[in-house]
Design a protein around this ligand. Structure first.
Ligand code: ZN
Length: 426
C-alpha cells in the first residue's frame, strides 16, 4: 500500500479532525508501530493543559489530537484519571553503555549529552531520524567538549583533544563538527574555592573564539560555568546556553537582567548539588524502585561528599533559578547523570521536583522538560503533543501539572509509537 493510500485510510477513521500534513506510513512498513488511541485523557501538550481529549497515533507519529471517536480498528488506551505528556528531554547527561535504555524506562525519550565519546554519534544520528521500535532514548551530543590540559573534566584513562596556547581554535571546532557534534560544549571552570584546587581553563580570548567558531558552523555553543562571574563571561561572548546554574553566589538584579538580555537559556542541574537528596527521595518511592536497573540503583546509592563549611549550593542555585525564571530566562531540565548520585532517566523525576521547589510551577517545570528544550535546541519533531510530531509519549496516573511527583506514577511510555517495556535488565 502506498503511503498516500495508507494515510487516507487512517484519516477516514477520524473525519473532521485537524490532522498532520504528513504521510502516515503503513504500520507494516519499516517496522513502524501500529495505530492506537489514548482516549479521554488530560493532555499536557508541552506548554499547557489543553483539557481532556484523545490522541491518535499511527506510523510512529501523532496523527490527531482532540475529540476523536476511535474506530474498532484502533487499540484503545483508557486515559480516565490520567495525564498524557510528551516524552521527557534531559538536557544534560553523559551517556555510556546502557544509559539510554535506563533513560527510556523512566519516560526520558531524548537525551542531550554534554561531553562524551564521539564514536557513537553517527549511529545516534541515524537512529533519531527513524521511527522504528527501539529500547533506547534518542541522543544528541556535544561529543568532545572544549577544555584545556589539566582542566575540567579530569577523566583518567580517557584521552581526547584539548586546547593549548598553540591550538588553531577554528580548526579545533571544525574537527568537533566533523566528528558529529550537534552543538559545542565549552568548559569555563577555574576550580576552587579552597580546599578544592584551582584549575586551568580557557582564556577569555580563546573562549570567545570558540563560541564565534561554533556559530560560524551554525552550531549552538553551550557553556559549563558554575560561578556567576564565569556565567557572565559566557553571556558576554554570546553563548547560547549555560548547562549549570551558577551556585557560588546569588545573582543581583543587574546580573539577572544581563543574562536575560543575552538570550541564553539555563539548564540548572540542581541535582548535581543536592547532596543526594533527590536520590534518597527516589529510592524511598515505591512508584520508582521496581523499575531501576542495577546501574541506576548503584548510582542513586552513591553519597556525594559533603564539604563542611561549603556554601549551600542547592539553596543558592535554587534562588538563582527562581530569579532567572521570573526574569523570563528559559529554564531547561537536565540532571548531569551519571554524575554525583544521579542516574539517567530516573533522576529527571527528582530534578523536576527541585525546579518546582525553586519556584517554577509544575506546568513550567514540565515545559522545561519538553517543549522548551525542543525549541532551544531546534528539535523540530518532538517535545509537544501535536499532529505530525514523533509519538514519544508518557502516560501517568494523576495530574503532574498540579503535583509534579505524580510524574512517577507512570502507566505507559511510547517511543516512536511503540510501547516501552519497563522491565529492568537482569
Ligand atoms: Zn555534565
Amino acid at each position: 500500500m502506498s503511503h498516500r493510500a495508507s494515510r487516507r485510510r487512517v484519516l477516514s477513521l477520524v473525519p473532521g479532525l485537524a490532522v498532520a500534513a504528513v504521510a502516515v506510513p503503513s504500520a507494516a512498513a519499516a517496522g513502524t508501530g501500529g495505530s492506537f488511541v489514548i482516549r479521554d485523557v488530560r493532555i499536557f501538550d508541552g506548554r499547557q493543559v489543553t483539557g481532556r481529549g484523545s490522541v491518535l497515533v499511527a506510523g510512529g507519529r501523532i496523527v490527531a489530537v482532540g475529540d476523536l471517536s476511535p474506530s474498532s480498528r484502533h487499540r484503545v488506551h483508557d486515559g480516565e484519571g490520567r495525564t498524557l505528556l510528551p516524552g521527557l528531554i534531559d538536557c544534560h547527561v553523559h551517556s555510556f553503555e546502557g544509559s539510554r535504555a535506563d533513560a527510556l524506562r523512566f519516560g526520558v525519550t531524548t537525551e542531550l549529552d554534554m561531553f562524551s565519546d564521539p564514536s557513537v554519534l553517527a549511529d545516534a544520528r541515524r537512529r533519531r531520524r527513524s521511527v522504528a521500535r527501539t529500547d533506547q532514548a534518542d541522543l544528541w551530543s556535544a561529543g568532545v567538549g572544549v577544555t584545556v590540559p589539566g582542566g575540567h573534566p579530569l577523566r583518567p584513562g580517557w584521552e581526547f583533544p584539548r586546547v593549548t596556547a598553540d591550538t588553531d581554535i577554528e580548526r579545533f571546532v571544525a574537527d568537533r563538527v566533523a566528528e558529529g557534534s550537534d552543538y559545542v560544549k565549552v568548559i569555563l571552570e577555574n576550580g576552587g574555592p579552597p580546599p578544592r584546587p584551582a584549575l586551568p581553563t580557557l582564556t577569555t580570548d580563546q573562549f570567545r573564539r570558540v563560541i564565534a567558531a561554533a556559530h560560524r558552523h551554525r552550531r549552538r555553543a553551550v557553556v559549563h560555568a558554575e560561578k556567576l562571574s564565569l556565567a557572565l563571561t559566557a553571556v558576554r561572548a554570546a553563548a547560547d546556553g549555560l548547562v549549570h546554574v551558577f551556585w557560588d553566589t546569588e545573582g543581583g538584579p543587574d546580573d539577572i537582567a544581563e543574562i536575560r538580555r543575552g538570550g541564553a537559556f539555563v539548564v540548572p542541574t540542581l541535582s548535581v548539588v543536592d547532596r543526594g537528596i533527590g536520590a534518597r527521595d527516589l529510592l524511598a518511592d515505591a512508584r520508582v524502585t521496581p523499575w531501576l536497573s542495577g546501574a541506576q540503583r548503584y548510582l542513586l546509592e552513591q553519597r556525594p561528599e559533603d564539604r563542611p563549611g561549603r556554601p549551600d549550593f542547592l539553596k543558592v542555585g535554587s534562588a538563582n533559578v527562581r530569579r532567572l525564571h521570573a526574569a523570563g530566562v528559559p529554564i531547561l531540565a537536565g540532571t548531569d547523570a551519571p554524575i554525583r548520585a544521579n542516574a539517567n532517566g530516573v533522576s529527571m523525576l527528582a530534578e523536576l521536583a527541585h525546579l518546582v521547589r525553586a519556584g517554577l510551577s509544575p506546568r513550567a517545570a514540565l515545559a522545561a522538560a519538553t517543549s522548551a528544550p525542543a525549541r532551544e535546541f531546534g528539535l523540530t519533531d518532538r517535545g509537544r503533543i501535536a499532529p505530525g510530531l514523533r509519538a514519544d509519549l508518557l502516560l501517568v496516573d494523576g495530574d503532574p501539572t498540579t503535583d509534579i511527583t505524580d510524574l512517577r506514577a507512570i502507566t505507559a511510555i511510547w517511543k516512536n509509537g511503540h510501547p516501552v517495556d519497563r522491565t529492568p535488565p537482569e
